[in-house]
Design a protein around this ligand. Structure first.
Ligand SMILES: [Zn+2]
Length: 319
């Protein structure tokens, strides 16, 4: 049995039991057959449609992610285009700034006192390496740039030299990619009874409406953090940050919590106070750590189902 089939069967079985227990209110699934709802768009896929589901990497593979769950191909590929590509381009620039990706060349403009040329910048053993690319500049531009550099050098004044990376990305789209990764990791750890709560609806709404910026910012960035950092915590205090904190590399993402959850909007308002990198380190969090999932674990779903079973059994005993 393939990994997709195994994850389909496990997921479909857990979802069916939750659905029959009525925790979602109205029934979500058809009466018969095995169905796996995509955690991202909620569309239920039958076993015959299993080829429409994909093994998704969390975070995206080019950000060091590993296969973690099944999502539908439409969501997986759509996110790649609308969000993950922006996160990737942003990471390239962050890594350059932190000297973490030696040899990777990033397109840039070098400006010497108003005389600019196009080229590439990279980080190597000798430090930052800037290289003009002849084919992207006219001879006149190259000559003017050289003259400006000469003049700066000879005059001895502080050089007005800037390097501007020209990799294009949209910051809010890059941020949504990380919120999505956090949401999927939280789903894999806890299951549908967490992910399908109404407080998480704004995240799915953003994912289903990729061109309108509707989700308030939920992620903080710390470029000093190791890129392979992973963590999850049910934060109880401070109370105005009670949440599910998901930590992936440079990013800390605050999702609505497990008990008395705050809305995405409320969480966003609170975290907007921590705007300087590393400032989060001064906040004392307390709560319960949740292990980083390596496959769908459905931990909260299983606790709920056990509890419901227990209740069912004791009712039967009472009769
Ligand atoms: Zn989907």
């Amino acid at each position: 049995m393939s990994k997709s089939e195994r994850w389909f069967d496990e997921g479909a079985a857990v979802f069916r039991r939750l659905d029959s227990s009525g925790i979602f209110g109205a029934m979500q699934l058809p009466q018969d057959g095995d169905h796996y709802p995509c955690p991202s768009c909620k569309t239920a896929y039958s076993r015959e449609e299993i080829s429409d589901l994909t093994l998704e990497d969390v975070p995206p593979k080019n950000q060091g992610g590993k296969q973690l769950l099944l999502t539908c191909g439409e969501c997986n590929h759509g996110s790649g285009r609308h969000f993950d590509a922006h996160a990737h381009r942003r990471a390239i620039i962050h890594n350059l700034a932190m000297g973490r990706d030696p040899g990777r060349e990033v397109k840039a403009v070098f400006d010497a006192g108003g005389a600019a040329i196009r080229g590439v910048v990279s980080y190597g053993a000798q430090g930052v390496i800037m290289r003009g690319v002849a084919a992207q500049n006219s001879l006149q531009q190259i000559e003017e740039h050289r003259r400006a550099l000469d003049q700066m050098w000879k005059s001895g004044v502080d050089p007005a030299f800037t390097v501007k990376a020209t990799q294009r990305f949209t910051p809010w789209r890059a941020a949504v990619s990380w919120v999505r990764a956090a949401y999927l990791a939280a789903f894999a750890a806890l299951g549908w009874s967490y992910a399908f709560r109404p407080e998480l609806e704004p995240i799915r709404h953003q994912l289903l409406n990729p061109d309108s910026e509707t989700l308030p910012p939920l992620a903080l960035i710390d470029l000093n953090a190791p890129q392979d950092r992973r963590g999850m915590m049910h934060v109880r205090t401070p109370g105005d940050l009670r949440s599910l904190l998901v930590v992936i590399g440079y990013y800390s993402i605050f999702l609505p919590g497990l008990t008395d959850p705050l809305s995405c909007q409320e969480l966003s308002q609170t975290i907007s106070q921590w705007t300087t990198p590393g400032s989060l380190a001064s906040v004392r969090f307390s709560g319960e750590p949740i292990s980083w999932p390596t496959s769908p674990a459905y931990a909260l779903d299983k606790i709920l189902l056990d509890r419901l079973n227990g209740a069912g059994e004791s009712q039967e005993r009472a009769h």
